[in-house]
Design a protein around this ligand. Structure first.
Ligand SMILES: *[C@@H]1O[C@H](CO)[C@@H](O)[C@H](O)[C@H]1NC(C)=O
Ligand SMILES: *[C@@H]1O[C@H](CO)[C@@H](O)[C@H](O)[C@H]1NC(C)=O
Ligand SMILES: *[C@@H]1O[C@H](CO)[C@@H](O)[C@H](O)[C@H]1NC(C)=O
Ligand SMILES: *[C@@H]1O[C@H](CO)[C@@H](O)[C@H](O)[C@H]1NC(C)=O
Ligand SMILES: *[C@@H]1O[C@H](CO)[C@@H](O)[C@H](O)[C@H]1NC(C)=O
Ligand SMILES: *[C@@H]1O[C@H](CO)[C@@H](O)[C@H](O)[C@H]1NC(C)=O
Ligand SMILES: *[C@@H]1O[C@H](CO)[C@@H](O)[C@H](O)[C@H]1NC(C)=O
Ligand SMILES: *[C@@H]1O[C@H](CO)[C@@H](O)[C@H](O)[C@H]1NC(C)=O
Ligand SMILES: *[C@@H]1O[C@H](CO)[C@@H](O)[C@H](O)[C@H]1NC(C)=O
Ligand SMILES: *[C@@H]1O[C@H](CO)[C@@H](O)[C@H](O)[C@H]1NC(C)=O
Ligand SMILES: *[C@@H]1O[C@H](CO)[C@@H](O)[C@H](O)[C@H]1NC(C)=O
Ligand SMILES: *[C@@H]1O[C@H](CO)[C@@H](O)[C@H](O)[C@H]1NC(C)=O
Length: 459
């Protein structure tokens, strides 16, 4: 089979292509490779179905300090309840003394407290090793978590026995909130070692990606008003969790820092990511297998690789992706805009009911892209198509500028068709270097596309 690229230049067009058979449109357009072998999606922390309440754990740490009697406090807000301040348990805000055991002692006391409790990290800089805040807490109600200071991770990867820095597991019903001033900062120190060592460009086995905040089996929680920076891996990883709202969060890492996704979601339901600014070296938001009913809105994304569904089909027995809505976002200076990516040679899977809407693109390379040949590490089975079936994708009201030959790339599988892809009100202007040349194509398609509709669009 030849490598024929099909580009169709579109000017004020309104078309309906009922079906594009595999061999008719076949080619490989101009898609920048994503320099990552993608997430080792399954973090290697074992599930923590804990027998007793509040088993806080500190991987590979010395014996924790005995918890002092919690200080009496005079809460001005009822719901804040009793405050458990980590400095009252021996944490030192000098940025040098490792404070994990003090944090765990404060957590244990707060988690076992019979009443409303707030776990407080006051202003100052705390050096914190890998730590896991585990529940369930007393009466299955977690303390709220209030962050006013800065948390610094150790620079060395050897300090991390698992793929999380700060984990929250088996917890129900809490608010994690920062002071929202930029002072509530969680700094993963990825620049010290992790970004140099854990690049997944060449290797499938890059399992030393340490997420800064990792939520596992967490339910009914909010995360707001914090800044995350320079993670060794994902900044925020929400996995096997449900009913979580993330908002007013700033996330930043350099554009060339590998695998530093802003927010990753996997095997989780009813998750909202809103009103946040994310500029990283990988996807601003990535939505992995088993994600159901996810809303992403009001995100300023860039630099980075845009907002992605996927990658999908890397592993066996992945769960379906259903009901994803990405809306009201600005994507600026990124490699991709909105993207669905699946691996070639994959086991069967499904992703359906996906909407990308009201998105403004500024100088994006591939503003709209479905890539079913996603293979960043060059170590996948490209001889077989992806078997992840994509259906019911609405892409509506996307405006702005792009700088490559393809505004819209539908690189579908030849094995299972992309079905019911609707592009409506797409208004994208080419601003790249070849402006004025006739050879530009703005739509490229490949594989099996069934039920493609394009209306009221110009790109
Ligand atoms: C606990 O906090 C809730 C709000 O989260 C509040 O309605 C309730 O009154 C508080 N209870 C006590 C005992 O302070
Ligand atoms: C979390 O915050 C929301 C909104 O401020 C509030 O309604 C809810 O009671 C809080 N939850 C807890 C457990 O304090
Ligand atoms: C977030 O921070 C702002 C100040 O920037 C503050 O007004 C607001 O109450 C904070 N929200 C929460 C949930 O703490
Ligand atoms: C996020 O960054 C903006 C701009 O720097 C700042 O105004 C805002 O307070 C920050 N928000 C948080 C949660 O730190
Ligand atoms: C989707 O999740 C949101 C919360 O993020 C919830 O309000 C809504 O009811 C859910 N919808 C469905 C169909 O589950
Ligand atoms: C998601 O939200 C809907 C609507 O509120 C609810 O019916 C469903 O149980 C939720 N799913 C999970 C896994 O919590
Ligand atoms: C869109 O997102 C911006 C933040 O980027 C927010 O200020 C605005 O209220 C949102 N608008 C709607 C209609 O959701
Ligand atoms: C599609 O997903 C949205 C959530 O993004 C949900 O509200 C809606 O009910 C779903 N529609 C269908 C037909 O499943
Ligand atoms: C887009 O990003 C560039 C480079 O960071 C910046 O100069 C510009 O102000 C941004 N544009 C908007 C509209 O945010
Ligand atoms: C289209 O999206 C932009 C945001 O990119 C929004 O401001 C505008 O209101 C949307 N238009 C319609 C008709 O909804
Ligand atoms: C647009 O993006 C291209 C490629 O990413 C970059 O080289 C160029 O400097 C950007 N232009 C502007 C105005 O930011
Ligand atoms: C795109 O070009 C049209 C003219 O063809 C112009 O009206 C519109 O403002 C441009 N949009 C952007 C985002 O540059």
């Amino acid at each position: 089979m030849g490598n024929i690229v099909v580009y169709i230049a579109l000017f004020h067009l309104s078309i309906v292509i009922a079906e594009i058979p595999t061999r008719q449109l076949f080619g490989s357009p101009n898609v920048a490779p994503d320099p990552k072998a993608d997430s080792p999606a399954l973090p290697n922390i074992p599930p923590a179905r804990l027998p007793k309440p509040c088993q806080a754990t500190e991987p590979e740490a010395g014996s924790p300090a005995l918890p002092p009697i919690p200080p009496a406090n005079s809460p001005n807000e009822e719901s804040r309840g009793r405050v458990f301040d980590v400095t009252e348990y021996g944490a030192v805000a000098d940025g040098e003394k490792e404070s994990s055991s003090a944090f765990l002692a404060a957590w244990k006391a707060a988690c076992n407290y019979a009443g409303n409790a707030t776990f407080l990290i006051p202003e100052g800089i705390f050096l914190l090793g890998p730590i896991s805040f585990d529940g369930p807490c007393l009466n299955n109600l977690s303390p709220n978590i209030e962050i006013r200071g800065t948390l610094l991770a150790p620079g060395s990867l050897d300090a991390f026995p698992s793929s999380a820095w700060i984990a929250f597991r088996n917890l129900y019903g809490f608010n994690l909130t920062g002071s929202g001033t930029g002072k509530a900062r969680i700094d993963g120190k990825g620049e010290v070692e992790a970004w140099k060592r854990s690049s997944c460009e060449k290797s499938m086995n890059c399992n030393r990606l340490v997420a800064s905040l990792y939520f596992f089996e967490v339910s009914h929680a909010t995360i707001s008003n914090i800044t995350l920076a320079n993670s060794k891996g994902f900044h925020l990883n929400i996995y096997v969790s449900d009913n979580i709202d993330v908002y007013n969060v700033n996330i930043s890492a350099p554009p060339d820092s590998p695998n530093t996704d802003g927010v990753h979601i996997g095997e989780s339901s009813n998750i909202t990511i809103a009103s946040s600014t994310i500029g990283v070296g990988d996807d601003c938001v990535s939505i992995g297998p088993g994600s159901i009913n996810i809303s992403v809105s009001g995100i300023q994304c860039g630099p980075g690789h845009g907002i992605s569904i996927g990658s999908l089909g890397k592993y066996k027995n992945e769960k379906d992706v259903i009901g994803i809505k990405i809306e009201n976002c600005t994507i600026n200076g990124t490699q991709n805009g909105v993207r669905v990516k699946t691996w070639p040679g994959s086991p069967p899977g499904r992703a359906s009911n996906i909407t990308f809407q009201d998105i403004s693109m500024i100088n994006v390379s591939n503003p709209i892209i479905i890539d079913q040949d996603y293979c960043p590490s060059s170590s996948c089975n490209k001889s077989k198509p992806s078997m992840v079936k994509l259906t019911d994708i609405l892409i509506k009201n996307i405006t702005g500028t792009y700088n490559t030959k393809s505004a819209v790339s539908l690189l579908c599988s030849s094995g299972v068709p992309c079905q019911n892809i609707h592009l409506v009100d797409i208004k994208l202007n080419y601003t790249g270097p070849e402006l004025g040349r006739l050879a530009l194509g703005h739509l490229s398609t490949r594989g099996n596309v069934k039920g493609l509709k394009i209306s009221n669009s110009k790109f």
